[in-house]
Design a protein around this ligand. Structure first.
Ligand SMILES: [Zn+2]
Length: 440
């Protein structure tokens, strides 16, 4: 909260300077000191504006400034072009490479089926035995693991064993590439491929449906989450908050597991990962329902969320609604369902998407997260830090901005105060090491 009060403090000072001017104190004669003061006030209001840097941090910040300047002078400036076209440029950027090495704290907004880069799904998961595929009328695919021929799906071709299909095609690399295309929005020509919001949303939901049959196979479900933690850990992220639909998972014999199984699987995998990587802090789950539900369904799911939180307080952080906001039902529609916990005296924290854009422009504390990295052909969190630091922040953003964003991600997480202290201490050690290794 220190950040919030310091922000308010500076806003009050800025306002008082302006009021003095209106009251005639400025006297109509341009005062360079007032101008300087205003510029300083404005700089201190931006994210990281009040962070005091050490000598070594200042050296690294200056270095980053130079690198960023060079990038801005290039004929193609990555933040100014479509992300799909910018991807290869970002990967070559020295600023991006530094951001990859930087301890970024936590990723607080990640959706369950877009955590892992799609290459792993195709190269690892679809090569497992008993993996069937069918081709839909809308030019997408569905997958299913099954010990025997699965039941046909409406609007989909007959199921073919992928192993058999791979044996028949001349070029398995082409086949694998086309499978990858079905799992992400990535394309060389995004402007023509997605001419409207409706088309891109439909396509986004198709990629999700394509991944669903792979990821909800019970053994894959656990491996997928483990791989997700691994990819974020490799990208120097130390804690994750996962927005998870907790769908039913299935076995080869078509038997199914309930939501509690999925939540426990996340808890077990996160614990195992922390045991193997003691400098990682783990993950918590924000149980997520789709805003396409009607009120009765929403009430049932909020009740289930309360029960799950009671059973799994360590791993479950709260509740959230997903789906396209402008086309879907507003939160107001769900008010009776969403007020159930308060009526029963139960605490069920909410983590809604609502108003994210508006909050940013009002000087509220910010964090950077990657939401659905796999859908955009990305992994981890560094791409988002790059866009925020180079694009949104521009030349005004400096190392203090990055430091504050990383600290915010821990400070505004759902962790308990004790775990936040532990996380901040661990992050500080990683940060000091990063500074000493990279400042010249
Ligand atoms: Zn989201």
């Amino acid at each position: 909260m220190a950040l919030l009060s310091s922000l308010h403090g500076s806003q009050v000072t800025l306002l008082s300077v302006l009021l003095l001017c209106w009251a005639g104190v400025c006297g109509g004669i341009p005062d360079p000191r007032q101008r300087e003061l205003l510029i300083q006030q404005e700089a201190s209001r931006q994210t990281g504006g009040t962070v005091v840097l050490t000598e070594a941090e200042r050296r690294l910040s200056a270095q980053l400034h130079k690198l960023k300047q060079r990038e801005m002078e290039e004929p193609q400036f990555p933040p100014a072009i479509h992300f799909f076209k910018a991807l290869p440029l970002i990967q070559r950027s020295p600023v991006f490479r530094l951001l990859q090495k930087m301890p970024k704290g936590a990723a607080l907004h990640i959706h369950d089926f877009a955590v892992v880069g799609v290459e792993w799904l195709v190269k690892n998961v679809t090569y497992r035995p008993h993996c069937y595929i069918c081709f839909t009328a809308s030019q997408s695919v569905r997958f299913r693991f099954s010990a025997k021929q699965p039941h046909p799906l409406p609007q989909c071709s007959a199921w073919v064993l992928l192993e058999t299909l791979r044996g028949k095609v001349d070029n398995t690399t082409d086949l694998d590439n086309s499978l990858m295309q079905n799992l992400t929005l990535f394309t060389d020509d995004p402007v023509n491929a997605y001419p409207s919001q409706d088309i891109v949303w439909r396509r986004f939901e198709e990629t999700f449906m394509a991944a669903l049959g792979l990821v909800t196979h019970a053994p894959v479900f656990k491996d997928y989450f483990y791989e997700g933690l691994q990819q974020f850990y490799m990208d120097n992220v130390m804690y994750l908050e996962l927005r998870a639909l907790l769908p039913m998972t299935y076995e080869l014999d078509e038997s199914r597991h309930d939501r509690a199984w999925s939540l426990k699987a996340y808890q077990d995998v996160a614990r195992q990962f922390v045991t193997e990587h003691p400098d990682f802090l783990g993950a918590r789950v924000i149980f997520t329902a789709h805003r396409g539900l009607n009120l009765t369904e929403a009430k049932a799911i909020v009740e289930e969320a309360m029960q799950l939180q009671k059973r799994f307080p360590e791993v479950m952080a709260g509740f959230h609604l997903v789906g396209r906001e402008d086309g879907g039902r507003p939160l107001w529609y769900f008010r009776e369902a969403l007020s159930l916990p308060a009526e029963l005296g139960v605490t069920l924290p909410y983590f809604f998407h609502a108003g994210e854009t508006a909050l940013m422009s009002e000087g509220h504390p910010m964090v950077v997260s990657s939401d659905d990295p796999a859908t955009f052909g990305a992994t981890g969190l560094s791409y988002d830090f790059y866009e925020a630091f180079v694009g949104l922040g521009g030349m005004n953003a400096h190392l203090g901005t990055l430091k504050e964003l990383a600290i915010n991600s821990i400070r505004y997480s759902s962790l308990s105060p004790e775990l936040k202290d532990k996380a901040l201490a661990l992050w500080q050690r990683k940060w000091d090491k990063f500074i000493s290794e990279n400042s010249q």
